[in-house]
Design a protein around this ligand. Structure first.
Ligand code: DC
Length: 239
């Protein structure tokens, strides 16, 4: 019998904690929707870069964001990411976007715009399938402060950098571990210290340290939390 998630699971945390893979895996197991909010900040960043906008000019960034045509899918099996109807799923993970995204995500107008869009997507998915796993930096604190379950994933910086390095290698990008560690540190510092909605754990979030856990164990830990909160409805019994 298929299980179905009821409500919102908010998963926040810095980069390299395994957030995306764990959130997608959890959504798949629970027959739920999935929203990668980081992908949305990355699409705006790609549009900003393509427009040749100065990253030090928040007003210009906000203007580009306001006219960007972006779409993200909520299917955990194939979470498509579109800019002007073209698939940019690979491009938004490249170095250029990764290096610039924190500057774009720090602009309050960009956040306002995306938080609104995220809430609309979440409402739509909840109406359609009843449950969604949402991952980002401010989901439990800002986007869905009344989420049924909030999780804050952490991992030691060395481990996060090693995971990022492995992701780059898997994607065929040659990288140096020390450079990646520096980049991970820099981005987390920028994301945690910005004035608008900085990365932080919600007071009622459950912290899960993934340093010593492989993906399967992280998903198991999340499934246990979901079960403890009684968030799994049995579709067959209900329907
Ligand atoms: O999860 P990610 O690495 O794809 O996120 C890219 C950037 O977007 C990250 O450096 C910070 C920003 N971000 C954010 O500010 N708020 C979110 N909810 C998600 C991502």
């Amino acid at each position: 019998m298929a299980a179905a998630l009821r409500g919102v699971v908010a998963i926040d945390g810095p980069s390299g904690t395994g957030k995306s893979t764990a959130a997608r895996g959890l959504a798949e197991r629970l027959g739920a929707g999935y929203l990668d909010t980081g992908a949305m900040y990355r699409v705006i960043t790609l549009a900003v870069l393509r427009a040749g906008t100065d990253l030090g000019d928040p007003a210009a960034i906000a203007k580009v964001a306001g006219s960007t045509d972006l779409a993200v899918g909520a299917d955990p099996v194939d979470p498509v990411v579109l800019l002007d109807d073209a698939d940019v799923g690979a491009e938004i993970r490249g170095d250029e976007v990764t290096a610039a995204v924190s500057a774009v995500a720090a602009v309050p107008e960009v956040r306002e715009l995306l938080v609104d869009a995220q809430r609309q997507i979440i409402e739509g998915v909840l109406a359609d399938v009843g449950g969604i796993v949402v991952e980002g930096r401010d989901i439990g604190t800002v986007v869905v402060p009344d989420a049924e379950l909030k999780v804050f994933l952490t991992a030691a910086p060395e481990i996060r950098a090693a995971r990022r390095t492995a992701q780059h290698s898997a994607a065929g990008r040659a990288v140096n571990h020390t450079d990646v560690l520096r980049a991970v540190d820099r981005r987390d510092r920028l994301d945690s210290t910005r004035a608008a909605d900085p990365l932080r754990a919600a007071a009622d979030a459950v912290e899960v340290d993934t340093s010593e856990l492989d993906l399967e164990r992280v998903i198991t830990a999340l499934l246990e939390l979901v079960a403890q909160r009684d968030l799994v409805a049995d579709r067959a019994r209900e329907g």
